[in-house]
Design a protein around this ligand. Structure first.
Ligand code: 13P
Length: 258
């Protein structure tokens, strides 16, 4: 982290977990133990049907609610899909875009790019995900792959908008496997992502953009991961489903930075 130049963001991704009723119960518990200090931004990205409940429950707090996906089109005949303006109107502040679990369902870099643009047009903060598979890591093409995902995801996003976006590096082999990237592995790729942003948008923007790590981040390994200079927060799956664990990760972000 580096609080001097950029925001620290601790974001939860609930994936397909919790009903609206369970969301309400979580938020009550979470609110009761939420740290008062403001050393980081906090986001919880929840299933679409839980957004209203979550927004209502966290209205008086500093926790921003987010969605886990959006459609790139403004409206129309897309049965089952949700447009970015609907999310914004429902009270969302964030939206995860290009998660590897969605890419595995067929989402392409072009889709990701269109969704990032649609989200930004509605004033949502996209949390754009990238990450390599185990095979790609073993082939030694991690950096090239990530650079391609970032470049295509950001195609056509102008310089003045780039700081309104958050990037999440999530190595696919570390998601839900309990196999966290080492702090050094995670730092290496996050630093690389920043260098890609530097080439595209200049050093000031590269210094200002928040890059999160995701993949089996939990209350035990968060401190060390967040201590890395280019890891500006976390995108947390499993551990964000338990208020105490999520709060411990938020507390791990309260450490001295450069
Ligand atoms: P886990 O923290 O459960 O590994 O999930 C990470 C993730 O995919 C967050 O988007």
């Amino acid at each position: 982290m580096n609080r001097k130049y950029r925001k620290t963001v601790i974001a939860g991704n609930w994936k397909m977990n919790k009903t609206p009723t369970e969301t309400k119960a979580f938020m009550t518990e979470f609110k009761a133990i939420l740290p008062k200090g403001r050393w980081c931004d906090i986001a919880l990205c929840v299933p679409a049907v839980c957004i209203t409940t979550a927004v209502r429950a966290m209205r008086e707090t500093r926790v921003g609610i987010g969605a886990e996906n959006c459609n790139a089109n403004p409206s129309g005949a897309y049965t089952g899909e949700i447009a970015a303006n609907m999310l914004a109107d429902a009270g969302c502040k964030y939206v995860i875009i290009g998660h590897s679990e969605r890419r595995a369902m067929g989402e392409t870099d072009q889709d990701v790019n269109a969704k990032v643009k649609a989200a930004m047009e509605q004033g949502l903060i996209p949390i754009m995900c990238c990450g390599e598979s185990l095979e790609q890591r073993e082939l030694g093409i991690t950096n090239e792959w990530i650079a391609m995902q970032i470049k295509s995801g950001l195609a056509g996003i102008p310089e003045e908008k780039i700081r309104k976006l958050v990037i999440a590096y999530e190595p696919i082999w570390a998601i839900g496997t309990g196999k966290t990237a080492t702090p050094e592995q995670a730092e290496e790729v996050c630093e690389h992502i920043r260098s890609v942003i530097r080439k595209l948008y200049g050093s000031k923007n590269a210094r200002a953009i928040s890059i999160l790590y995701g993949g089996s981040m939990n209350e035990r390994n968060a401190f060390e991961l967040l201590a890395q200079p280019d890891i500006d927060g976390g995108l947390i799956g499993g551990a964000s489903l338990v208020p105490e664990k999520f709060v411990q990760i938020i507390e791990a972000a309260n450490q001295p930075t450069a």
